[in-house]
Design a protein around this ligand. Structure first.
Ligand SMILES: Nc1nc2c(ncn2[C@@H]2O[C@H](COP(=O)(O)OP(=O)(O)OP(=O)(O)O)[C@@H](O)[C@H]2O)c(=O)[nH]1
Length: 437
């Protein structure tokens, strides 16, 4: 449903990446280029060269300065590339001018367009597809120019109606703008109704009073792998968890939907675990807005578990990216622990606690135990030991308590059953009348 910007699936399209180095980004410039290249590879493109320029600010008309555009033109010809992607967002004017100056059959896109394209290819569920489509349309709107207009014209033609014939005196561009605006509003309506039913589901789960844990972190850090290991071992519904597994793959943005699973530990403590879309530096604003509901899994949780690939030389930059994204979605106040993952690849010893955090490998059994131990300590720190006296005629209350909590001690007296267990403040309130003082 979500249309691809470039047809990359049959043969790998040859691409030249461009970027501007300035005072603001010079410190992390190498990392930014590395990340940019990975994004292109993730979109099945073949990066044939990277052209950069030191410049305080991109040229408003042509992005690069005049001489550099000439250099780019020569490079495009020499390397037989038909696609140029800029690391900075481009305006419609910059795109139009660059395409004109380089060659008529060369397309110029920016990093946001590239990320949207990857998301479009990865989106599987109806909600994810619509969210990407919304972000794509919002991205297209201010960038409408002739070549996009022609593309839209063809799309409309395929639908039968030629909207160029509508209304007198209106330009093609205005009509296209109006069409996109209408599509945006349709997608929003559809999303709203789909999301309201999924919000209902979320609320229903919330009523269980279970704590929520969200796995967050840079794309490809290992979030889905951890999720699957935990689900395989501790999922609430038996061991037949194959269909509950989430997509785990060595590629950027393998997961676009947030998945929530109910987990029950051997000590009977329960919580909801969610996996969510991976972060990346400067995640396009439109995408963050479109994926707000998916990202809410993280911003509504009681504990964030940040997964970082410690074997990546840029892992510190990835930690910064995660912090920035968490601020962007209003989740910076939520308590967080960090798992320095892929310690096996980094040749570090594991599992090992590092203060409140953990050095671990998702592929290791002992790391899973250490992870669960950490969760137990952080997530259930507010549990209080309490003694309850349940009268004999309240058998159902007693069995519910025993079923859902680890009973530390149990004995009988002439009034009923005395049990000692750990409960949250809310649960103590709920069972207040049975508290044995
Ligand atoms: N060696 C090693 N590989 C790991 C470890 N954890 C995950 N991986 C691999 O890293 C790759 C990415 O893992 P995922 O779990 O898909 O990563 P993710 O964070 O969910 O990725 P996105 O969906 O892109 O956000 C997969 O090929 C995993 O098998 C680990 O501890 N050690």
């Amino acid at each position: 449903m979500a249309a691809q910007l470039f047809d990359t699936k049959k043969t790998k399209e040859r691409v030249i990446l461009t970027a501007i180095e300035n005072q603001k980004n010079s410190q992390n410039f190498d990392y930014a280029i590395e990340e940019f290249k990975n994004l292109a590879v993730a979109d099945n493109l073949e990066v044939v060269d990277v052209l950069t320029q030191k410049y305080d600010r991109p040229n408003a008309a042509t992005y690069f300065g005049k001489g550099k555009v000439e250099e780019l033109k020569e490079l495009v010809n020499a390397k037989e590339a038909r696609l140029v992607i800029s690391n900075d967002d481009l305006t419609a004017t910059q795109i139009r001018n660059l395409e004109k100056m380089i060659a008529s059959d060369v397309r110029v896109v920016d990093r946001t367009g590239l990320i949207l394209d990857i998301f479009a290819a990865r989106a599987k569920t109806k909600i994810a597809k619509l969210q990407v489509r919304l972000a794509q349309k919002q991205y297209q709107l201010p960038r409408l120019h002739t070549s996009l207009a022609n593309e839209l014209d063809q799309q409309a033609g395929a639908g039968g109606a030629s909207f160029t014939s509508r209304g007198s005196g209106e330009t093609k561009l205005e009509l296209n703008r109006r069409t996109i605006e209408e599509q945006i509003s349709q997608i929003k309506t559809e999303l709203k109704s789909l999301l309201s039913s999924s919000t209902v589901q979320r609320k229903r789960r919330d009523n269980s009073g279970l704590k929520r844990v969200a796995l967050v972190g840079y794309t490809n850090a290992g979030k889905s792998t951890w999720m699957n290991r935990i689900v395989e071992r501790y999922s609430q519904i038996g061991n037949d968890s194959e269909e509950k597994k989430v997509f785990e793959k060595d590629m950027l943005f393998a997961t676009l939907d947030s998945t929530v699973r109910s987990i029950r530990l051997p000590n009977k403590r329960q919580f909801l675990l969610s996996d969510t879309v991976g972060f990346i530096s400067n995640l396009p604003h439109n995408l963050v807005a479109s994926f707000q509901s998916t990202l809410e899994e993280a911003s509504n949780s009681d504990l964030l578990v940040q997964i970082v690939d410690v074997s990546d030389p840029h892992y510190r930059d990835m930690l910064t990216t995660t912090s920035k994204t968490l601020r962007q979605i209003g989740a910076e106040q939520i308590p967080m622990v960090t798992i320095f993952n892929k310690a096996d690849k980094a040749k570090l010893s594991y599992p090992e606690r590092s203060g409140e955090d953990l050095i671990a490998s998702a592929l290791d059994k002992k790391s899973l135990e250490a992870f669960i131990d950490l969760l137990n300590k952080k997530l259930f720190a507010d549990l209080k030991k309490v003694e309850l006296l349940i009268p004999f005629d309240q058998g159902s209350v007693l069995s519910e308590l025993i079923e859902n909590n680890q009973v530390l001690h149990q004995e009988y007296n002439d009034k009923g059953t005395k049990i000692v267990l750990e409960l949250s403040e809310a649960k103590i309130k709920q069972y207040q009348r049975f508290v044995n003082i």
